[in-house]
Design a protein around this ligand. Structure first.
Ligand code: F6P
Length: 306
């Protein structure tokens, strides 16, 4: 009998729970047993798991975070034999890994050892190569926009200079989406540091045009706080800075993320049923099986987004 083990790994993202439920549901429909691994690869190495059923997982599907728990296990690549031993011990035939770049790299190492593993991109950073979108990105974007809009209300009432700092690690996908969807005046992303004079000029133009200026920055921008201080001095204006922080990673998944999670999970189970290993990615509206070897360490940042 087939037995699917599911784990969530790395930074959690809204929609992971939905993907766990959808995969459980799809696997049970095929008559498979399902096992949830606790705390990602760390829990796998410790052999911590629980039997899953569709009815057990369903109440969590609409919630953020991950009810299985997650962990960062940077040394996992060196512990593959121990992980394989645990999988064999639990009589697991297929593994589903939900996570971002590091987690998918861990999944690839297990697949290299001959085990059937499929990965699904889950990260609010949306920086997984081979997929236009990752689960959680849309929810994080909406959370940030809710704050952006709040700041905008007050900016229009009492003109000031505002900056909003998003998560995103050392990539700018999330910040650029917030800036574009919100209509920010200046975007700071690690992929393209800007000279101070350019920042100052853009801010001055926005201040002249509308009486206030809005800057969106990714947390990974080099020397972000120092840059903002220097800009503040150059403009001679006080900055109102908001850092969203980890709240951006939580919250109930948006409808879009739930649909994405469900579709990716269903395709993942189907791929496993056909003895495929790799990642399921969304590419130009199509769900595709992407070989682990084809996935780069990080999605290239498209220049036209700048
Ligand atoms: O999972 C990605 C992410 O949320 C990044 O956006 C952020 O920089 C990082 O994780 C935060 O990591 P930690 O939760 O370990 O502080």
């Amino acid at each position: 009998m087939s037995k699917l083990a599911i784990l969530t790994s790395g930074g959690d993202s809204p929609g992971m729970n939905m993907a766990v439920w959808a995969a459980t549901h799809a696997a049970q429909a095929r008559g498979w047993e399902v096992l949830g691994i606790r705390q990602g690869f760390s829990g796998l190495l410790r052999g911590e798991s629980l039997p899953l059923s569709s009815s057990k997982a369903l109440p969590y599907a609409r919630l953020g975070g991950t009810f299985l728990g997650t962990a960062r296990e940077p040394e996992f690549a060196h512990k593959i034999p121990a992980a394989l031993h645990r999988l064999q011990q639990a009589e697991v035939s297929h593994l589903l890994v939900l996570g971002g770049n590091g987690s998918l790299a861990g999944a690839a190492r297990i697949a290299e050892a001959g085990f059937k593993v499929v990965g699904i991109p889950c990260t609010i950073d949306n920086d997984v190569d081979g997929s236009d979108e990752s689960i959680g990105f849309d929810t994080a974007l909406n959370t940030a926009l809710w704050l952006f809009d709040g700041l905008r209300d007050t900016a229009e009432a009492l003109p000031r200079w505002f900056s909003l700092e998003t998560l995103g690690g050392d990539t700018g996908f999330l910040a650029q989406a917030v800036a574009r969807a919100g209509g920010a005046d200046v975007l700071l992303v690690p992929e393209r540091p800007l000279p101070l004079e350019v920042l100052e000029q853009n801010m001055r133009e926005a201040l002249g045009r509308q009486g206030f200026a809005f800057l969106v920055a990714s947390e990974g921008y080099p020397e972000l706080m120092g840059t903002l201080e220097r800009l503040e001095q150059a403009l001679g204006l006080r900055l109102r800075h908001t850092r969203i922080g980890h709240a951006q990673r939580g919250g109930r998944p948006s409808g879009h993320d739930r649909l994405l999670a469900r579709a990716l999970a269903e395709h993942a189970v189907e791929a496993l049923a056909h003895h495929h290993s790799g990642m399921i990615g969304l590419q130009q509206g199509q769900y595709r099986r992407v070989a682990f070897e084809q996935i780069g360490p990080r999605k290239p940042f498209p220049k036209d987004l700048l």
